[in-house]
Design a protein around this ligand. Structure first.
Ligand code: HEM
Length: 460
């Protein structure tokens, strides 16, 4: 699909949709980005040029890079030739401050090496018991409350909020759920709208859009401050092992420097935003897909029962490096990656996918599209957890729900552990029957079911 000659193709020759004369693909992209990405890959191949705005100096061309080799290059050449997407990062920083996701270069490295020790597999394994306790709570009280008929998405949001809340703050933050669930999609939507605005009036200019942006930002900080204040109040004399406490005592392993109060606030807000809903979405789709696939569900339930019958614990099941539970989650995230697209930027002239790409160009990666690339995923729309069992013969970056390279998701082990614990708890107790054949969803930043995802859970 890309030119095989030694000489790279010119940037102007990268194929792509023409879009509207004045706006390019901006309107379609705002409405339904996944369809634009999928169609462009189908029609134009592994590297696609997307026009945003008019086709003159005022407009911009972004490229979508869908081949695993290009994804590897974009994610692992970080800093030398590829950086964070400038437009989205600046807007994200305006909204949620200076944190791991909004910094690059030496500032990002400093933050990452201070936070990394809190998220190693060994460190995260300490949260298994609290995850198991919360899984028990949702699979007993919360399921029984609805007589077994449950909205999987609601249930999973509740589980992931409790798990993230307890891991971050050692506390129950259930009462923040309505406000948080109002703010997360709103925040994502405002970020996308401002990112795709060609002319951005400074936030101090009181346009209706700017006012909505700053109001939402203030609401977010009020919420996180409320939670942090409560955590402080409960902290006296307690021996605590949560992430916020660790952030307060964390030191840069190279310089010994501590994080400032503002940094702790910003990192905590990011983790709430980045970790809670993504995990709930991954679990919702995994349970929904299992609820439609009797064979996969039976195999998973048999494996989980067998493990416990042989003297293993539920926590032990979830901590295995390989299991059907993990495979089901990985396959669900292949089909429905909660983060369906990430934005990056060429910081110098590069050759990508056989074409010259000038410095300054925005580069999109899309797990959604790459996870369906027919060269690496036969029968890509089929839910088949066995793709993730045993030896796997495909390039590393054919699968990238957590990104990759130095900026790989810091919460990957946490999310996988929390999700496997929950999946095991559900399938060992219940038979799942999904009510609907498809789940429709919004695409504001991440994917998010836009209606209840009903299922009947019947005790086994
Ligand atoms: C299934 C759940 C999750 C998915 C699918 C996911 C996905 C991702 C992806 C794709 C990125 C890379 C973004 C980019 O390159 O622009 C990322 C980064 C990040 N994620 Fe996650 N994430 C999940 C859970 C979590 C959790 C539980 C936490 C924290 C508690 C978390 C915290 C972060 C942070 C801080 C970054 C920025 C890392 C850096 O740039 O150094 N994520 N995540």
């Amino acid at each position: 699909m890309t030119p095989q000659t030694q000489q790279p193709g010119a940037f102007s020759a990268v194929p792509g949709p023409r879009g509207n004369v004045l706006a390019g693909v901006t309107a379609e992209f705002l409405r339904d980005p996944i369809s634009v990405l999928e169609r462009s890959f189908r029609d134009h191949g592994d590297l696609v040029a997307f026009p945003f705005g008019p086709r003159n100096r005022l407009g911009k061309i972004a490229v979508g890079a869908f081949h695993p080799d290009s994804a590897r290059q974009v994610l692992t050449d970080t800093e030398r030739t590829i950086g964070r997407g400038q437009s989205s990062t600046q807007v994200l920083e305006d909204m949620i401050g200076c944190n791991l996701m909004t910094t690059d270069g030496s500032e990002w490295r400093r933050q990452r090496r201070t936070l990394q020790p809190l998220f190693t597999p060994k460190r995260v394994a300490r949260y298994t018991e609290l995850m198991a306790a919360e899984a028990e709570r949702v699979t007993t009280a919360d399921v029984a409350a609805g007589g077994g008929r449950v909205d999987l998405h609601r249930l999973m949001l509740r589980y992931s909020l409790r798990v993230v809340g307890r891991a971050l703050f050692s506390g129950d933050i259930d009462d923040t759920a309505p406000e948080l669930h109002r703010l997360i999609p709103l925040t994502n939507e405002l970020i996308i709208r401002r990112t795709t605005q060609l002319l951005k009036p400074p936030l101090g200019v009181p346009t209706p859009r700017n006012r909505a942006f700053t109001r939402t930002r203030d609401d977010l900080y009020r919420l996180i401050d409320r939670i942090l204040a409560r955590t402080d109040a409960g902290a006296a004399g307690e021996e605590r092992d949560d992430i916020v406490t660790r952030l307060r005592t964390a030191r840069d392993p190279e310089t010994g420097a501590a994080l400032s109060a503002q940094e702790i606030r910003d990192q905590t807000l990011l983790m709430m935003m980045a970790g809670h809903e993504t995990t709930a979405t991954a679990l919702t789709f995994a349970l929904h897909l299992l609820g439609r696939d009797e064979t996969a569900q039976r195999s998973l339930a048999d494996e989980a029962h067998g493990f416990v019958a042989a003297g293993g614990s539920s926590a032990g099941y979830a901590q295995q490096r390989e299991s059907l539970g993990r495979a089901c989650l990985l396959e669900a995230m292949r089909l429905y990656p909660p983060v369906y697209m990430t934005e990056h930027q060429a910081v110098s002239d590069i050759v990508l996918g056989g074409y010259e790409v000038p410095a300054g160009t925005a580069v999109f990666l899309s797990p959604w599209v790459t996870h369906r690339h027919p060269d690496f995923w036969p029968d890509p729309e089929r839910f088949d957890p066995s793709r993730f069992v045993g030896e796997q013969d495909r390039p590393r970056y054919a699968y990238l729900p957590f990104g990759g390279g130095p900026h790989v998701c810091i919460g990957e082990h946490f999310a996988m552990l929390a999700s496997t614990v929950l999946l095991e708890a559900v399938v060992r107790r219940f038979h799942i029957e999904s009510a609907d054949s498809v789940v429709t969803f919004q695409q504001t930043g991440n994917i998010r079911p836009d209606k209840p995802v009903w299922a009947q859970l019947t005790p086994r």
